[in-house]
Design a protein around this ligand. Structure first.
Ligand code: PGA
Ligand code: ZN
Length: 428
């Protein structure tokens, strides 16, 4: 078996122009594995720690030279000589070496870069596509994409209170068709905005970021775009939301500044319930704030059998928080972001635990991204059924969707598209 000869990190820039890091692992056979680490803007407060230099003399203090040095000087000597195909042993070694519960010493960014590059090197060594290495199964499910075509909140200054308005082409025949529908709707939305003299500049995740009067207006414009593209809302294409409610939660209230309202948790749930009856909404992520467990339970009681209720900042891909959510019945789905927890092994454990509880899983990008496409392979390998990677626009977003096109082609008849079956738990 091939062992690790070299581990090398360097500081690079992400899609927002902020520094992040990439890691390259070289094996004694000279086979390599490469990965780059994404970065969030509306980060959950319970996420593993992304180590930044805080040296204001460079890159606004956001540099990652300390994390890079941690890879080159501490992680590299600890991993050199280890068997590349033993991902669990390598990830455990990284955890031990860090020694903290939130990866604050070495940095979750440093650790994740090494962890993901390990999987790539192992797959390359075995001459296997990464999704096969991560799955080791006979049949593969292509995920239904969730595409953020209208950006607000922290991803687009001056836009809506809600962060993400997404389309889910769950009625498509296959992944290729799903992406085609999404791109057609995206371009129709641009026309719809233009006709109304609304701004068509784009936000961090490639979706449009117009200045709108309300959250409702965003949904209504998207519904027009779906119809103009020739599709039926609620049949071919659904709406999914990520309000990212932690961002507008304060002292027990949900305060939406642009809407000019301040709602109690129960009123916030009622707000979503009226939306769910007015619009073809299939999924709401982070509808409630990251520590408002009671609010999440209220939401599940009211809407849990009608729509997918996804925890992102609530769980931060952390098994302990997920177990709490399962115990409380706080949602019926979880967002999976490898950099929220910091190793591939822990990420996969969370996916498997959620599936075991009968929950849906959605693998996700971050608002700050790179050309790394690991999440596409993870979604197929682990059969998550859903993926969220922003708009069908901007290379760091389309890189993931385009990788899925490649995988679908490669799999041929072995691929099946998840389509509406991912929502089998819902009664709508
Ligand atoms: P972030 O947002 O990557 O900026 O944290 C994405 C999300 O909330 O899903
Ligand atoms: Zn989110």
């Amino acid at each position: 078996m091939s062992t690790i000869k070299q581990v090398k990190a360097r500081e690079i820039l992400d899609s927002r122009g902020n520094p992040t890091l990439e890691v390259e692992i070289t094996l004694n056979s000279n086979i390599r594995g490469w990965a780059a680490v994404p970065s969030g803007a509306s980060t959950g407060k319970h996420e593993a720690i992304e180590l930044r230099d805080k040296d204001n003399a460079r890159l606004d203090g956001l540099g990652v030279l300390k994390a890079v040095a941690n890879v080159n000087r501490e992680i590299a000597p600890a991993l050199i000589g280890m068997t590349i195909t033993d991902q669990t042993a390598i990830d455990n070694r990284l955890l031990e070496l860090d020694g903290t519960t939130n990866k604050s010493r070495l940095g979750a960014n440093a650790i994740l870069g090494a962890s993901l590059a390990t999987a790539h090197a192992a797959a390359n060594l075995l001459q296997m596509p990464l999704y096969r290495y991560l799955g080791k199964v006979d049949s593969y499910t292509m995920p239904v994409p969730m595409l953020n075509i209208l950006n607000g909140g922290r991803h687009a200054a001056g836009s809506t209170d809600f962060q993400e308005f997404m389309v889910m082409p769950a009625g498509a025949r296959d992944f290729h068709h799903a992406l085609q529908i999404s791109a057609e709707v995206y371009h129709c939305l641009k026309r719809v905005l233009n006709e109304r003299k609304l701004n068509t500049n784009i936000g961090d995740e490639g979706g449009f970021a117009p200045q709108l009067a309300s959250n409702r207006q965003a949904v209504e414009l998207i519904l027009i775009a779906i119809e103009q593209a020739g599709y039926k809302p609620g049949k071919d294409c659904f709406i999914a939301l990520d309000p990212a409610a932690s961002e507008f939660y304060q002292d027990g209230k949900y305060i939406m500044a642009r809407e000019g309202v301040s709602l109690s948790p129960q009123e916030m749930v009622d707000y979503y319930a009226s939306w769910a009856s007015d619009y073809p909404i299939i999924s709401i992520e982070d509808g409630m704030a990251e520590d408002d467990w009671d609010g999440w339970q209220l939401m599940m009681k009211k809407l849990g059998d009608k729509i997918q209720i996804v925890g992102d900042d609530l769980y931060v891909t952390n098994i302990d928080r997920l177990n709490k959510g399962i115990r409380l019945g706080a949602s019926n789905a979880i967002l999976i972001k490898p950099n929220q927890i910091g190793t591939l092994t822990e990420t996969i454990a969370v996916i498997q635990r959620a599936k075991q509880a009968g929950w849906n899983t959605v693998v996700s990008h971050r608002s700050g991204e790179t050309r790394d496409t690991t999440i596409a392979d993870l979604a197929v390998g682990q059969g998550t059924g859903q993926i969220k990677s922003g708009a069908p626009c901007r290379s760091e977003r389309t890189a993931k969707y385009n990788r899925l096109l490649q995988i679908e082609d490669e799999l041929g008849k072995q691929a099946c598209f998840a389509e509406m079956s991912v929502f089998r738990n819902l009664k709508k």
